[in-house]
Ligand binder design. Structure first.
Ligand code: SF4
Length: 461
C-alpha cells in the first residue's frame, strides 16, 4: 500500500531489497560505467533553504534514452535549529533506505559510487521525473527526521555541471573521515550498529567503532552516535561494548549479543580485527573486498571500481559475490577504504604485513597509513598479474610474509598433516532429509576429497 496517493507508484519498506535487472531497467544513473556520480548532504542556514524545492539541472528522467547509463549528482540541503554539519553523513546515508522504498527504484552503494536503476514498469506507470523522486524524499526525510525543518533537493544530470560538484563532494567526504580519525575503540563505552543493509543482506549487522568504519565507508562512529541520538528507533543503534573477551581479535560481549539479536540468531560471534574464523559480516555495498590468497598466505584487496581481474584471476564482482549477503566467510571480508587507515586494520592477522596485493589506485589513497617499511613490498597490478608473478615479487622485495613460507615449506610431520582441515567455517549450513543443519565453528577433516560433476543436473538444464 502506497504511503502517498499522489505518487504514481507504491512507496513503502516492502520495496527495500527489490533488485532491478539490466533487461528490466529504463535507465541506470551512476554505476560502474559512469566515472562521476555522487550523493551528498549539506547542512545550511535556514535562510538559504527553500523548503520543499526540487531542482533538476540537466535532462530529466523522461529525457533519458531507454537502457542508457547516465551521470547523476544528488544534493540534499537541510536546515534546522538543532542541525549541525556533524549530521550530514547521517542524512546522506538515509538516501539508501528512502530511495529503495520507491517501487521500481533501486539504490546501491554510497557517496562517490552510487548505482541507481529505474525499472521500466514504474517508468510506464508515470515515475518519469525527478520531481516525483524529490517529493517522496522530502516527505520521508521530514516524517522520519523531524529535526530537519527545511529541505531542498537538487538532481544534477548535466555532465558539464557535475565535475566541480563531484570534486567538492570528494573533499567533503575526506574532511568528514579525517575528523573521525584518532579516537580509539578502548576509549569509548559504546559502539554503534547499523542494519540499513538488511533489506539486501538479512543477517548483516554493521558494527561501527572508532577504529572500524562501516563497510560502506559512509558512517563513522561519530555519525553512528549522532544518528542514534536523533533517531533512536532508526536503523542505527547503540551497542554497549560490554566485556572484552579477546582484545587481540576484537571480540566484545556487547557486540556478540547485538549481532545475535539483530541477525535473528544467525551470527553469534564477531571478531572485529581479523578476516578469519568469525570475521565481520559483509553486506553488499562495501567499498572493497579483502581476499585470502592461500598460495602466499597473504591478503589481496580490491575496490569496487577496479577494472579487470585481480592477481588471483577474479574480478571484484566475483569476489564480492563470494563474501556478500550478510555471511561470515573465512578469509574474505567486505570493508571500507577508511578501515585501511585504522591501526586496528586486520591487526590480529598481521595488519599491513599480511597484505601482498592492492590496486595502485587504493595504494595511493591510503599510502600515508601504510608503514614505510612495507609500502614498497606490496605488489600492485603493475607488479604482479598472477600468483607466480606475485611470489617472485614478494621474494625479490623480501616481503615479511616470505619468512613465514620458509617455516611452512618445511616438510610437515604426519601429525601436522592429519591436523590440517580441508574446510573451516564459522557457520556451515547443510540440507539433508528435509532438515537444515547448521554446524557452528566447524572444521572438516578428510583423508581424500573427490569433487565430481553432477551429470543428472547438467542434463536437466
Ligand atoms: S554498510 Fe553498514 S553502515 Fe553502511 S548502510 Fe549498510 S549496514 Fe549501514
Amino acid at each position: 500500500m502506497s504511503m502517498f496517493k499522489d505518487i504514481p507508484v507504491e512507496v513503502g519498506v516492502i520495496f527495500e531489497g527489490e533488485r532491478i535487472r539490466r533487461n528490466d531497467m529504463q535507465v541506470e544513473l551512476g554505476g560502474p560505467k559512469v566515472d562521476q556520480k555522487f550523493e551528498i548532504a549539506k547542512v545550511k542556514p535556514m535562510d538559504q533553504i527553500e523548503d520543499g524545492k526540487v531542482v533538476i539541472v540537466g535532462p530529466d528522467l523522461k529525457d533519458l534514452k531507454e537502457g542508457g547509463e547516465y551521470p547523476l549528482g544528488i544534493l540534499i540541503e537541510a536546515a534546522g535549529a538543532q542541525l549541525d554539519p556533524g549530521l550530514e553523513g547521517v542524512i546522506e546515508r538515509r538516501l539508501h533506505g528512502y530511495l529503495n522504498y520507491i517501487e521500481g527504484f533501486m539504490h546501491l552503494n554510497q557517496r562517490y559510487d552510487i548505482q541507481i536503476r529505474l525499472g521500466k514498469k514504474s517508468f510506464q506507470k508515470g515515475l518519469n521525473t525527478f520531481e516525483i523522486i524529490g517529493k517522496v524524499l522530502y516527505r520521508l526525510f521530514k516524517n522520519e527526521l523531524p529535526i530537519i525543518e527545511k529541505l531542498q533537493i537538487t538532481f544534477i544530470t548535466d555532465i558539464s555541471k557535475i565535475g566541480s560538484l563531484y570534486t567538492d563532494a570528494l573533499a567533503s567526504y575526506e574532511a568528514r573521515d579525517a575528523k573521525a580519525r584518532g579516537l580509539k575503540d578502548n576509549e569509548v563505552p559504546e559502539f554503534y550498529g547499523c542494519v540499513l543493509c538488511q533489506s539486501f543482506a538479512p543477517s548483516h549487522v554493521c558494527v561501527i567503532t572508532p577504529q572500524r568504519y562501516s563497510n560502506c565507508g559512509a558512517i563513522s562512529w561519530h555519525d553512528g552516535k549522532a544518528s542514534a541520538s536523533i533517531d533512536p528507533k532508526g536503523p542505527i543503534f547503540a551497542i554497549p561494548r560490554g566485556d572484552v573477551i579477546n582484545e587481540e581479535k576484537g571480540e566484545f560481549s556487547g557486540v556478540n549479543e547485538a549481532a545475535k539479536k539483530r541477525s535473528m540468531g544467525e551470527v553469534t560471534k564477531v571478531w572485529l580485527y581479523t578476516a578469519f574464523d568469525h570475521p565481520h559480516t559483509s553486506c553488499g555495498c562495501f567499498e572493497a573486498v579483502t581476499f585470502y590468497i592461500p598460495e602466499v598466505d597473504g591478503f589481496g584487496i580490491v575496490h569496487r571500481t577496479f577494472k579487470g581481474v585481480t592477481v588471483n584471476g577474479l574480478p571484484f564482482s566475483t569476489l564480492a559475490d563470494s563474501t556478500a549477503g550478510g555471511r561470515q566467510i573465512d578469509g574474505f571480508h567486505g570493508m571500507s577504504l577508511e578501515y585501511m587507515r585504522s591501526s586496528k586494520f586486520f591487526a590480529a592477522d598481521g595488519g599491513w604485513n599480511r597484505v601482498v596485493w592492492v590496486p595502485k589506485e587504493v595504494k595511493e589513497k591510503v599510502k600515508d597509513f601504510i608503514p614505510k617499511d612495507i609500502i614498497g613490498k606490496i605488489a600492485t597490478e603493475d607488479d604482479a598479474k598472477g600468483i607466480d608473478d606475485l611470489k617472485t615479487f614478494l621474494k625479490e622485495k623480501n616481503h615479511p610474509i616470505v619468512a613465514k613460507w620458509t617455516t611452512e615449506e618445511a616438510p610437515a610431520t604426519e601429525a601436522e598433516t592429519e591436523a590440517t582441515p580441508v574446510m573451516t567455517a564459522s557457520t556451515l549450513p547443510i540440507s539433508a532429509g528435509g532438515f537444515k543443519i547448521i554446524l557452528t565453528d566447524a572444521k572438516i577433516y578428510a583423508s581424500k576429497v573427490v569433487i565430481k560433476k553432477d551429470e543428472s543436473k547438467t542434463e536437466k538444464r
